[in-house]
Design a protein around this ligand. Structure first.
Ligand code: TNX
Length: 533
């Protein structure tokens, strides 16, 4: 009899636990504060959105965009309050800091308030809370008060090693917004291709945007993967780039363009060899690795770069312009009479100091135009430009040094944030990836604020970014496979306070649900080890 009773309790308890689980708060990234209520709110095609406040109409449209993408229907938007509705209430920024929101669900209705970006994020949380069959969605009663831990939560995409169409970028931007990521770093130029139309320099898109795969040789030996003998490449027109900027901005994502200098410029030199150090002829290379070709530091180079940056700034309203600065072998400057003369004339110590001089000149130009410069951590070599922000990729060391010198920092260390690295140790079961093994939990457990910094210095860490280099990523399918699910972990690193993070809770309770959402967005994600979907 005793056994029978405990069995009854067990079954009862298990079904309660199940009911609880079905309505659980499975949001990624985990919100700052969640308070559960009782009951659920049901959403169907007759549910109304009430848009209150100046920007609410636009957010309601975006809500419908995502709703349609996820469930294939939209809701009517009205101005007046009605019961049983979803109220979007956009407040002036003074009332609530940007990106923070309050989401309240009762069985009678839903209310989301915040400044525009906050309400937009409240909508994303709501979309993640929805559960059930598409025609009878339910949302658990809950009050969520949420805000980000870091202001900068980014992803970089390299569109140079392989080109990705506008539609694919939009798909990625949608999912970034769904995960409350807010910076898209667009790596637009590299040795293997220039990807942005520049009106003043048409050869950048007739010549530099295309690589001739018959030109092989060099650094590493993964030839079969790309040497298909085809002319590969592509570029974005200025109109397309503007459309991406607008599309991203609507989703609270700032697009930060990267124009590489003084290295990673071989594709440019193939079209404008006079900007090199006289060691041409140059071709747009079809192989990877660090190339020796760099810009010469003469006046015509600065004229070219400033003209390019003028057009770039006219397209991208971002506070930051990224100028690269990584991996600059200085051999060509060592043997160039021009470079040596500039070193002597300006009393520079060496070629590192010349690089610093080069970047400081560009920084001055950007600052005069009201923009800030970001560069990879090599811009520390020879001394940082006065106002530069450092993106730390060779570990955290560059970022730590920059923060100690009172410069802003974005942490993007290779060992944690390089989502071009393989997702399993055994590369027999995984598609080809660049060196390194970066599993989901390593990404997840990263925290971008080094403890060696004082609390004052720690304030210089603006946030975190994942980098997606695409040497071995020739298709949309493979791109998505590399990015997901690791980007979900990146989102939580950027948004959620460390004390609220827990890999088990993330991977076992929330990830399975959000991966099903990814499926609805048509994303080809990798199924993580041990996942029960
Ligand atoms: C280093 S990270 C690079 C890229 C490569 C990447 C491959 C950085 C600033 N430079 O040019 O694509 O390694 O992981």
């Amino acid at each position: 009899k005793k056994n029978f009773l405990s069995l009854v309790f067990l079954v009862l308890f298990a079904s309660m636990a199940n009911a609880q689980l079905a309505n659980d708060v499975t949001i990624i990234p985990k919100p700052a504060a969640v308070q559960r209520g009782t009951g659920t709110f049901k959403i169907n095609k007759n549910t109304r959105i009430i848009a209150k406040g100046n920007d609410a109409k636009k957010v309601a449209e975006l809500f419908n965009y995502f709703l349609n993408k996820k469930y294939g229907f939209v809701l009517k938007v009205e101005n007046n309050a009605a019961s049983g509705a979803i109220v979007l209430n956009t407040l002036p920024a003074v009332k609530m800091p940007s990106e923070s929101y309050q989401l309240k669900v009762t069985s009678n209705g839903i209310n989301i308030e915040g400044e525009r970006s906050g309400v937009f994020y409240g909508v994303q949380s709501l979309l993640q809370l929805m559960d059930g069959p598409d025609n009878q969605l339910s949302v658990p009663a809950v009050t969520i008060k949420d805000q980000p831990n870091f202001a900068y939560r980014g992803m970089m995409l390299d569109v140079c090693r392989h080109f990705f169409e506008v539609d694919e970028l939009k798909k990625i931007l949608d999912v970034m917004a769904y995960l409350k990521l807010n910076r898209f770093h667009w790596h637009l130029t590299d040795d293997q291709g220039w990807r942005l139309e520049i009106k003043k320099y048409p050869k950048l898109t007739t010549i530099s945007a295309w690589r001739d795969s018959s030109i092989i040789g060099g650094y590493n030996d993964f030839k079969p993967f790309i040497y298909d003998g085809k002319r590969t490449g592509g570029f974005y027109t200025q109109d397309q780039a503007r459309a991406i900027v607008k599309y991203a901005a609507e989703r609270n994502i700032e697009v930060i363009p990267e124009i590489e200098m003084p290295g990673h410029c071989t594709a440019v030199l193939a079209a404008y060899p006079e900007l090199g150090n006289g060691t041409g002829p140059y071709h747009v290379p079809g192989f990877w690795g660090v190339h020796r070709t760099i810009y010469n530091p003469g006046e015509p180079t600065f004229e070219f770069l400033e003209n390019v940056l003028k057009e770039v700034m006219a397209i991208f309203p971002s506070k930051y312009i990224h100028i690269g600065g990584d991996e600059v072998p200085k051999d060509e400057w060592k043997t160039s009479a021009l470079a040596q003369k500039i070193i002597a004339d300006n009393h520079l110590k060496d070629e590192d100091a010349l690089q610093s001089w080069f970047i400081s000149k560009i920084e001055k130009f950007l600052n005069q135009n009201g923009r800030n410069l970001i560069g990879w951590d090599e811009i520390l070599e020879g001394g940082l430009a006065p106002n530069a922000t450092v993106m730390s990729w060779r570990g955290e060391q560059g970022g730590i040094q920059a923060a100690k010198e009172n410069h802003h920092v974005i942490m993007s260390p290779g060992g944690y944030m390089y989502i071009d690295h393989a997702q399993a140790k055994d590369n027999k079961t995984e598609p080809l990836a660049i060196g390194g093994f970066l599993p989901l939990n390593t990404v997840y457990n990263y925290h971008p604020v080094p403890e060696v910094l004082t609390p004052e210095q720690q304030k210089y860490i603006l946030g975190v970014q994942a980098n997606m280099w695409t040497e071995y990523v020739p298709t949309n399918q493979k791109l998505e496979y590399m990015v997901f699910p690791r980007l979900l972990a990146v989102a939580e690193v950027g948004w959620t306070k460390p004390e609220n993070k827990d890999f088990d809770d993330f991977s076992k309770k929330r990830l399975p649900k959000v991966l099903l959402d990814m499926e609805k967005f048509g994303i080809n994600y990798r199924i993580p080890e041990g996942a029960v979907l």
